[in-house]
Design a protein around this ligand. Structure first.
Ligand code: SAH
Length: 449
């Protein structure tokens, strides 16, 4: 097989990244934008020892599950790499990811629920973070083409709240009008690197964050004022990122106009959100995710709950009214302050948060005599550490509720919990990110006698 060769391929499966999978002379070929059951003519872009990447030249036989995507760029950029698949089949695809992982781990007896659909299939994101670059002489916002830093200009972000798109375009136009230079990655010059816009569904408040190379530039004051006059914008922040790096946000935030936080809600609990706060992206689906976890865990008024990996307290504060006490642990001090303030804001008196590593704090609490009934975990994509899993099991809670944004690491971690005396019967996938291959899943581990 060679680069630029054109082959006829039959697509057998979808990879976890939503690429069509075919086989040719013993080599696995990943075909962008192809669906199972399709026969395509594809051009080889890259060949490695046992696998290759290809691009569709023509679809010879089309899948009945394919739908027309209004903008090709949504699939090209990875912004919505499943947009060409009907929503029902997207839900099946997500469930199958979990089923396959369990099979590989020889856990076929575990039940996998139907993927819980998102109330909105598009326009569900409450936050957008988009690169700003100069393209053909003009400042543009958009998305990078997959595996590259070539900006594909966009004026419709599809999965983002349309009100956020409106503000993104208005800010883009203000930057253009004031001739603010876009960041030039090669020469590490220019001003605006990224735009971030967050919007609260509950209150309609909007925060705009300009992520900039320098913390000041000649047009900044004027630009900040104009941005603050866009309808519903209540907060304008500059994030200073002077580094030559792919990391989007810098360390320091400067408030340029309005207030430092916006208020959002999950169910009936209010949250104040700062520029760097982690907040669940799909505002309408999050309360359903938490309710599912609460229902599956059968919480009672006697329960003492630990919210490990607590962020700004969203899970703990959502379960507080169902239980006796919630104690949260989070490594980012600002998030801990937000969590404690959020408890106060909602007059929730039985929840408190501390700064530290969960794997270090939990054993201390156990030593101090705390009896924990339930531990909630919601870790980042890399999952839990071995230290955490051992510390959690040693705390001997009756139940561990594991919410995951990456079923691969979840299944790995669940196996380790099994070795430490916990078992589980079911995993429930929840769709937090329609049009993308991301899978969220919930499971409840129970301690064996
Ligand atoms: N439960 C929250 C946040 C989930 S994101 C919500 O749903 O909104 C995961 C969080 O875990 C991040 O805020 C991260 O800072 C935190 N974290 C990562 N490692 C940790 C550790 N070892 N101990 C405690 N918190 C940790």
């Amino acid at each position: 097989m060679q680069k630029n060769q054109v082959l006829e391929l039959e697509i057998e499966d979808l990879s976890y990244e939503a690429m069509g999978v075919a086989h040719y002379e013993g080599i696995t070929v990943f075909v962008n934008n192809a669906l199972p059951g399709e026969i395509v003519r594809a051009k080889i872009l890259k060949v490695k020892k046992s696998f290759a990447f290809a691009r569709i030249e023509a679809i010879i036989k089309e899948s009945p599950d394919r739908i027309t995507v209004k903008l090709n760029q949504w699939v090209q950029t990875g912004l919505a790499s499943l947009a060409h698949l009907t929503y029902d089949k997207q839900l099946d695809f997500k469930r199958k990811q979990v089923v396959n992982l369990l099979q590989k781990a020889h856990l076929d007896q575990i039940k996998v629920g139907q993927t819980v659909a998102s109330p909105e299939e598009t326009g569900y994101r409450n936050k957008a973070q988009v690169p700003v670059r100069r393209v053909k002489g003009q400042l543009e916002i958009g998305f990078f083409r997959k595996h590259s830093h070539d900006l594909v200009p966009l004026d419709n972000f599809f999965t983002t709240d349309p009100e956020i798109d409106r503000v993104l375009l208005a800010v883009r136009d203000i930057l253009r009008k004031n001739q603010v230079p876009a960041y030039d990655e090669l020469r590490h010059k220019g001003e605006v690197r990224y735009l971030e816009v967050r919007r609260s569904r509950a209150t309609g408040e909007i925060m705009v964050i300009l992520i900039c190379l320098h913390k000041d530039f000649p047009q900044l004051k004027k630009v900040a004022k104009e941005i603050s006059q866009i309808r519903d914008v209540v907060s304008v922040v500059l994030n200073h990122n002077p580094q030559k790096t792919n990391v989007i946000l810098g360390k320091k935030d400067y408030l340029l106009a309005g207030k430092a936080q916006i208020v959002d809600k999950i169910g009936d609990v209010e949250f104040r959100i700062s520029p760097k706060s982690f907040f669940q992206i799909n505002s309408l689906q999050t309360p359903r995710l938490y309710q599912l976890a609460i229902d599956k865990a059968n919480l009672t008024k006697e329960d003492v709950v630990i919210d490990a990996y607590s962020g700004i307290g969203t899970i703990g504060l959502s379960v507080a009214k169902h239980v006796k006490e919630v104690r949260g642990i989070e490594i980012i001090d600002d998030a801990v302050k937000d969590a404690n303030n959020n408890a106060k804001l909602n007059t929730i008196n039985n929840a408190s948060y501390v700064t530290g590593k969960a794997e270090e704090i939990m054993p201390q609490w156990a030593k101090d005599g705390l009896k924990t009934d339930v531990i909630f975990v919601d870790p980042p994509r890399k999952g839990l550490t071995e230290d955490f899993i051992k510390a959690a099991a040693a705390t001997e809670p009756k139940k561990i509720v594991y919410i995951s944004c990456n079923p691969a690491t979840q299944v790995r971690d669940l196996q380790m919990f099994m070795e430490l005396g916990y078992s589980f019967e079911e995993i429930d996938p929840v769709d937090m990110f329609p049009q993308t291959p991301h899978v969220e899943s919930v499971t409840v581990l129970e301690r064996q006698k």
